[in-house]
Design a protein around this ligand. Structure first.
Ligand code: PYL
Length: 289
């Protein structure tokens, strides 16, 4: 997982209104709308549920430590969506304790290994990588007005690519998987066999060839420049959760409004809406044990 730098995220908070307008133009939905789509939840219901939910963002000093403006940016994204969120003054354990003393309903926090949301009432957990893959699949689904039965190429079969793949299988897309480590693609294919149509998942060995045959792409690699201008066609649509952006600048210029990419916003939005999901009966049974 690429560790964000302050320079990647320090303009997000002041551009959220503009980003919503960009997403509306490209997908027909705002950050909140795409996040709701990624969770299969009704937006009005979500707006109602979030009125009674407070989220505390807890800065974490472990490992390489605080990323300046990370917690504040996560909080700004949440408040932009009408969640009631704040950053605890304390960090780490003291921050978690403060969240409990604040009677927060949920905590969001990240070390160098995982960025998670924790619902303190339902005990549900949401992971940023899974939510990011899922929400960028939802954005592609909205951008092309439905992916059922369509071919989609997933570049990068790590945790984000896996989250996208699972969401796309649920949307009824026909998947092709590429990873620079063939074993990673093979392993993901095996994990997708549980889904209807899972046995039709295709493994792509050559990226240039795969890009020449696919017009719907999810770029989930941590590498820049993986998609060149000559791999982009009039009807190419790409959502790119990978950090840094995997498309070359000329490629990004050429694809224009058929590309969705960000470094934190959509993933945080999907995490927050995921935390509002009512626990399934199975989860309820478990929590009663
Ligand atoms: C969550 C992002 C998405 C991509 N890479 C992930 C990353 O940069 N993780 C590290 C986050 C560290 C946050 C730091 C703080 O400021 O609380 N511990």
């Amino acid at each position: 997982m690429t560790r964000l730098k302050t320079g990647d995220i320090d303009t997000i908070s002041s551009n959220l209104e503009e980003y919503d307008r960009e997403l509306l133009k490209k997908t027909g939905q705002t950050l909140l709308g795409i996040a709701c789509h990624s969770c299969g939840m009704n937006q009005d219901r979500v707006l109602d549920l979030m009125k009674n939910v407070t989220i505390n963002v807890v800065p974490v000093t472990a490992g390489e430590g605080i990323i300046t403006s990370f917690s504040e940016t996560v909080c700004a994204i949440l408040n932009h969506m009408n969640f009631n969120a704040s950053v605890t003054e304390e960090t780490d354990t003291a921050g978690v304790a403060r969240a409990f003393e604040n009677k927060a309903d949920a905590i969001m926090m990240a070390d160098d290994n995982r960025f998670v949301g924790l619902n303190l009432k339902t005990r549900s957990l949401v992971d940023n990588s899974e939510a990011t893959g899922r929400v960028f699949a939802a954005a592609l689904d909205l951008m092309v007005k439905g992916l059922k039965g369509s071919d989609v190429l997933i570049m990068g079969c790590g945790p984000v690519g896996t989250g996208a793949a699972r969401a796309l299988m649920e949307l009824g897309a026909r998947l092709a998987l590429y990873d620079i480590r063939p074993q990673a693609a093979q392993s993901l294919k095996e994990r997708l066999s549980q889904y209807p149509g899972g046995n039709e998942v295709v493994l792509e060995q050559d990226l240039t060839s795969a890009l020449s045959r696919h017009r719907h792409v999810i770029e989930a690699t941590p590498v820049a420049g993986t998609i060149q201008e000559n791999a982009i066609f009039e009807n190419t649509f790409i959502t790119a959760p990978g950090v840094p952006l995997g498309i070359t600048p000329p490629g990004a210029e050429k694809i224009q409004d058929r590309l969705v990419h960000d470094k934190l916003e959509l993933g945080v939005a999907s995490m927050a809406v995921s935390l509002l999901k009512e626990p399934t009966q199975e989860q309820t049974n478990v929590s009663l044990l």
